[in-house]
Design a protein around this ligand. Structure first.
Ligand SMILES: NC(=O)c1ccc[n+]([C@@H]2O[C@H](COP(=O)([O-])OP(=O)(O)OC[C@H]3O[C@@H](n4cnc5c(N)ncnc54)[C@H](O)[C@@H]3O)[C@@H](O)[C@H]2O)c1
Length: 353
C-alpha cells in the first residue's frame, strides 16, 4: 500500500519531514502548501527528483485533494489550531508538529475533535524515539520505584524562523511550551504518577536582547528551572539554558529509583545503570534502530516517527503519540510559563478548570 502525503509548511521542519519521507519507499509527496514563495522553493528542493508535488499557496486547496491520505502540519505553532480545524473537516491522517497548540482552550479543542476524527491524529513528539531515550524507557523497570527525574537541556539559542514567528510568546506558547513540550512529554512517560504542582523561575537574560521586529522586542525566556511534584511523591525537574552551545551534550537525563538510577545523554550512545545494593554501575551500549535511513536533525527519531505512523495507518492501531500526550505536554509547559509570570506555584487541577 502506498501513501500519498501533503506537507503544510515547508520551512525548516517541513523540509526535514520531506527528507525523511524521501527514504521511505511506499511514500509519495504529491502536494506542498506554504504562503511563502521561498519556503515553497525549499520544499521543492528537498523533494529533489523523487517527488513532483503540486505547490499551493493556501493549505485549504491541498486539503481539498481526495487523493492525499496523510498531511504533515509543520506550520508555526499559532497556526496549528486553524489548520487542524480544517483537517478535522476531512478524513485524512495527520502528523501535527509539536506543540499541539499554544494555549489550553485550543489544545482542548484539538483533543476533543481528534477523538471523533476518522484518520489518525499523531503529535510530533519524536524525542521518545531517540535511541538513548528508548533504551532508558526500556530499562526503567531496573531501578526499583521511580522517585526523581532530572532533564537538563543546555543548547544554542532559538534559530531564526520565517517571518520571525518564534520571537514572541503569543506565537509559540512560550519557550517552555515551544521547546520544552518534548521534555514534559518524557516526564509524563517516565514518571508513573499524576503531576499535581509545578513551580518555575525563568527569564530572558542573554538572547535576542537587541533584536527589534517592527518596534517590538522579543519576549521569550532563554533560561529556566522548573520543578514538578507528583501525586505519588515523585519529583521531576527541568534545567533549561539556551545560551550554552558548544558543550558535549545537548540533553542530559537522569532517572532515579529507590534501587538505582539510569543516566543518558544526547547525542550519545550509552546508558549508565547504577545499582545501589552493589555500589556499582555498568555502561550499556545503545544501538541505533537498524531501520533508520535518515539521521537528520533529530538523531534518526523523525525517521522512526514516520515508520511508526505508517505502521499504525496500515495496521489500524491507535497512534503511539496521541493528542492526549500532546495536550498533557503543553499543560505542563503552559503552567510553568504561568508560574514564571505570577511567581506562584501552579496547582494543575485548578489550572485545568
Ligand atoms: N519536532 C521537532 O523537534 C521540531 C523541530 C523544529 C520545529 N518544530 C515545529 O515545526 C513547526 C514549524 O517550525 P519550523 O522550524 O519549520 O519553522 P519555519 O519558520 O522554518 O517554517 C514554518 C513555515 O510555515 C509556513 N507557514 C506559515 N503560515 C502557514 C500556513 N497558514 N500554512 C502553511 N504554511 C504556513 C511559513 O511560511 C514557513 O515556511 C513548528 O510548530 C515548530 O514548533 C518541531
Amino acid at each position: 500500500m502506498s501513501l500519498n502525503y501533503g506537507i503544510i509548511g515547508t520551512g525548516m521542519m517541513g523540509c526535514e519531514h520531506i527528507r525523511n519521507l524521501k527514504k521511505i519507499s511506499e511514500v509519495n509527496i504529491s502536494a506542498i502548501a506554504d504562503p511563502n514563495e521561498n519556503s515553497r522553493q525549499w520544499g521543492m528542493a528537498a523533494c529533489g527528483e523523487k517527488f513532483k508535488p503540486q505547490q499551493y499557496n493556501d493549505y485549504k486547496e491541498l486539503l481539498k485533494r481526495p487523493d492525499i491520505d496523510v498531511v504533515v502540519v509543520a506550520s508555526p505553532n499559532f497556526t496549528h489550531i486553524d489548520v487542524m480545524r480544517d483537517v478535522f473537516e476531512t478524513d485524512k491522517h495527520v502528523l501535527l508538529e509539536k506543540p499541539m497548540c499554544t494555549n489550553l482552550v485550543d489544545g482542548l479543542e484539538v483533543l476533543e475533535k481528534s477523538k471523533k476524527h476518522q484518520g489518525i491524529v499523531w503529535v510530533g513528539l519524536e524525542y521518545r524515539f531517540m535511541a538513548p531515550i528508548q533504551s532508558l524507557i526500556n530499562h526503567s523497570c531496573d531501578i526499583g520505584n521511580i522517585k526523581m527525574l532530572s532533564i537538563r537541556e543546555h543548547r544554542f539559542p532559538f534559530l531564526e524562523k520565517v517571518d520571525d514567528w518564534n520571537r514572541f510568546n503569543k506565537n509559540t506558547g512560550g519557550t517552555l511550551v515551544e521547546k520544552c513540550c518534548h521534555f514534559f512529554d518524557l516526564m509524563n512517560l517516565l514518571v508513573p504518577s499524576k503531576p499535581t504542582k509545578i513551580y518555575a523561575s525563568g527569564g530572558q537574560d542573554v538572547n535576542h536582547l537587541n533584536e527589534n521586529y517592527n518596534g517590538k522586542k522579543p519576549d521569550i525566556i532563554d533560561n529556566s528551572f522548573v520543578i514538578i511534584d507528583y501525586e505519588g511523591g515523585q519529583r521531576a525537574m527541568l534545567d533549561l539554558c539556551m545560551f550554552a552551545e558548544g558543550g558535549k551534550y545537548e540533553q542530559e537525563i537522569v532517572l532515579t529509583g529507590d534501587k538505582g538510577k539510569l543516566e543518558t545523554n544526547i547525542p550519545g550512545s550509552e546508558l549508565l545503570l547504577t545499582n545501589r545494593k552493589e555500589y556499582s554501575f555498568k555502561t550499556l551500549e545503545v544501538s541505533q534502530d537498524s531501520r533508520i535511513k535518515e539521521i537528520g536533525f533529530h538523531h534518526g527519531a523523525s525517521y522512526v516517527e514516520h515508520l511508526e505512523l505508517i505502521n499504525c495507518i496500515k495496521s489500524g492501531h491507535k497512534p503511539l503519540v496521541d493528542t492526549q500526550s500532546g495536550f498533557n505536554s503543553i499543560v505542563l509547559g503552559l503552567a510553568a510559563q504561568e508560574s514564571i509570570t505570577t511567581g506562584d506555584p501552579i496547582y494543575l487541577e485548578e489550572f485545568l478548570k
